[in-house]
Design a protein around this ligand. Structure first.
Ligand SMILES: [Zn+2]
Ligand SMILES: [Zn+2]
Ligand SMILES: [Zn+2]
Ligand SMILES: [Zn+2]
Ligand SMILES: [Zn+2]
Ligand SMILES: [Zn+2]
Ligand SMILES: [Zn+2]
Length: 596
């Protein structure tokens, strides 16, 4: 398995045939004409391909050893010679204890971030040049060390260097007459390219918040100036919701011309989408008019194009999602929802039919009853037949069972089709979908641990002096703790002074039977441990589920005691209760239904 993963070219299926090791892991590929002339362009392409190849190896190793420190893997790959590099590093990792532990991890780790991968020479050089220029007061060695520390990631290196610079007297001295670089004064890559497109793009992205803040600030000043102009000309509009005065550009109108300000509109939409607001109009994909002065109250809405222009993008999309899902809900159809956004899909039940033999059997049964009963019961029988033959049974249990079977057939994975979300979730429990997803795993684990602890406690005795816990495996019921404390296993009494006299001293004809002369504890009697464990489990289970609400759809099957099968409330009754009504219906339907 390991070797097939190692040899797998990126993107190829896992079960592809392993290819020859030497051909796949040596780079660059050996060409027949090794004396070819290499131009600078080819040189750059070659370097780039080399980095790409190293990154591919890094990703493969990260996949196989998800728990191993990526810096360590990078170092190993960088210091191993090209020839069968992947194999050498794999060998080293397998020999190390952490590497072996990492392969046994069942969950794949998160994907590698760009800054964890090998960077191209071009990027490294550009970052070094940019930082040397920016932090002239710091020594080259310091910068070099920080670069190595952060794998040449520009933003991380810059942060650390700024921190060092703020503490360094040498830096402050040399910058006495120069402006110290501030966090927001990033080099402008659009005016002065750094020589690496990757770094240019990164710089542009890093500068985005500052640019946006600048634009927002400018807009605010422009709005204030505009408002002042309107005020001077006495041409301000009054908001019919908050009664403030606003410039024309700061107001919107409903479809019949009631004016209100942007702030009021935004607040109203946010309140309707995320809060308790009642002004949402799902059929119009909008909100109701906000005018509080209109007589009679205005029944109109705010046009969609106005909403799009005024609302922040995320609020507008949330409004769209919310109105769409409300409309769907009003349709009364069964829906599947994305738990992360408002996206919903109609959960159509796959067409099915009742198996012919089952239908025939049912018909025969109904026919027999029909002939046996007097004619007055015909109406009742017709109703019965209708119940069984109607495509979606009105019996909620039946429909639920059918849906459960359908869900098992298609799997519980739900892919959100909302382009802004696209997340994957589990239909059954509504949690984010991960590889090896198990519904209610955390809840079940918590409940199981609680019950198991109670079960262990049921047979455990603890010394009140030294708090050492022990379980009696065999022997008598006089427990002597290493600290000297002596206790009766049955009644937990302190028997340090009385010793064996605590126990029944009478002779019994048949060993193991109860004494007829006294009710003192029996030295050799074994408590019914299985019953004690079972009772403890039952009590703990009841206590747990009365304190923590059991999630809807979770099937709690109780806890297994060694050699005892299932214990606890779920295992208390016969097979019928162990299964539950829904499961019985599911079983019946699995036998009776064919999906078409
Ligand atoms: Zn207002
Ligand atoms: Zn209106
Ligand atoms: Zn979604
Ligand atoms: Zn789930
Ligand atoms: Zn003790
Ligand atoms: Zn006792
Ligand atoms: Zn006795």
């Amino acid at each position: 398995m390991l070797s097939s993963i190692l040899n797998r070219p990126k993107g190829a299926p896992r079960n592809s045939n392993p290819v020859d090791a030497s051909s796949s892991s040596s780079f660059p590929p050996q060409t027949a004409n090794s004396a070819a002339i290499v131009t600078p362009v080819q040189d750059a392409a070659l370097a780039q391909a080399k980095t790409a190849f190293l990154n591919q190896s890094l990703e493969t190793l990260h996949e196989v050893f998800p728990g191993v420190d990526i810096e360590e893997v990078r170092r190993l790959l960088a210091t191993t010679s090209e020839e069968s590099r992947l194999y050498v590093v794999t060998e080293i990792l397998l020999k190390s204890r952490r590497g072996r532990a990492a392969t046994s991890a069942t969950r794949p780790g998160p994907a590698l971030a760009p800054w964890e991968k090998f960077r191209t020479d071009e990027y490294q050089k550009a970052v070094q040049k940019a930082l040397n220029k920016e932090f002239r007061g710091l020594s080259k060695a310091t910068i070099q060390a920080v670069l190595a520390e952060h794998n040449f990631q520009y933003s991380r290196c810059r942060e650390t260097l700024s921190e060092i610079a703020s503490k360094s007297w040498r830096f402050s001295l040399s910058n006495l007459f120069r402006r110290t670089p501030r966090a927001e004064d990033l080099p402008n890559a659009r005016q002065m390219p750094t020589g690496s497109k990757e770094l240019d793009d990164e710089l542009f992205e890093l500068g985005r918040p500052a640019r946006e803040a600048q634009i927002a600030g400018d807009r605010k000043i422009a709005a204030l100036l505009n408002e002042a102009e309107y005020a001077a000309a006495s041409a301000l509009f009054e908001c019919e919701c908050c009664f403030g005065d606003y410039a024309w550009e700061e107001t919107v109108a409903c479809s019949v011309g009631h004016f209100f300000c942007h702030t009021c509109l935004r607040r109203s939409v946010q309140e309707s989408v995320f809060g308790q607001g009642k002004s949402l109009l799902p059929e119009k994909a909008s909100v109701a008019c906000l005018s509080s002065t209109a007589q009679p109250p205005c029944q109109e809405f705010v046009p969609a194009d106005v909403l799009r222009a005024v609302l922040p993008e995320d609020v507008y999309h949330s409004l769209e999602d919310r109105t769409a899902s409300e409309s769907l809900e009003k349709s009364g159809l069964q829906l599947v929802r994305c738990p992360f956004c408002g996206y919903a899909e109609v959960d159509e039940l796959q067409p099915y039919r009742i198996r012919r033999p089952v239908a025939a059997l049912g018909g025969l049964l109904v026919g027999t009853i029909f002939f046996l009963l007097p004619y007055g019961k015909q109406v009742f029988l017709l109703l019965l037949i209708a119940t069984f033959t109607f495509p979606v049974s009105p019996t909620p249990h039946l429909e639920k069972a059918l849906r459960n079977i359908a869900l098992r057939r298609r799997g519980a994975l739900f892919r959100c089709e909302n382009t802004r979300c696209k997340r994957e979730s589990c239909i059954t429990c509504g949690k984010e979908w991960m590889p090896f997803h198990k519904c209610y795993e955390k809840e079940e684990d918590a409940a199981r641990i609680f019950v198991e602890k109670a079960m262990a406690d049921a047979v455990k005795r603890t010394c009140p002096l030294c708090h050492l816990s022990f379980v009696k495996s065999d022997g008598c019921n006089k427990l002597t703790c290493p600290c000297g404390y002596v206790m009766c296993y049955i009644c937990r009494a302190d028997i340090r002074t009385v010793g064996y006299k605590h126990f029944c001293q009478h002779f019994r004809q048949i060993p193991g039977t109860a004494c007829t002369d006294c009710d003192a504890c029996d030295l050799y009697a074994n408590e019914d441990e299985a019953a004690a464990i079972k009772n403890a489990a039952k009590r703990a289970e009841e206590e747990y589920w009365s304190r923590c609400k059991k999630p809807k759809g979770m099937r709690w099957k109780g806890v297994h005691a060694p050699g005892e099968g299932v214990v606890g409330a779920a295992g208390g009754g016969g097979w019928w209760w162990w299964w539950g009504v829904e499961e019985v219906w599911e079983w019946v339907l699995e036998c009776a239904v064919v999906w078409v």
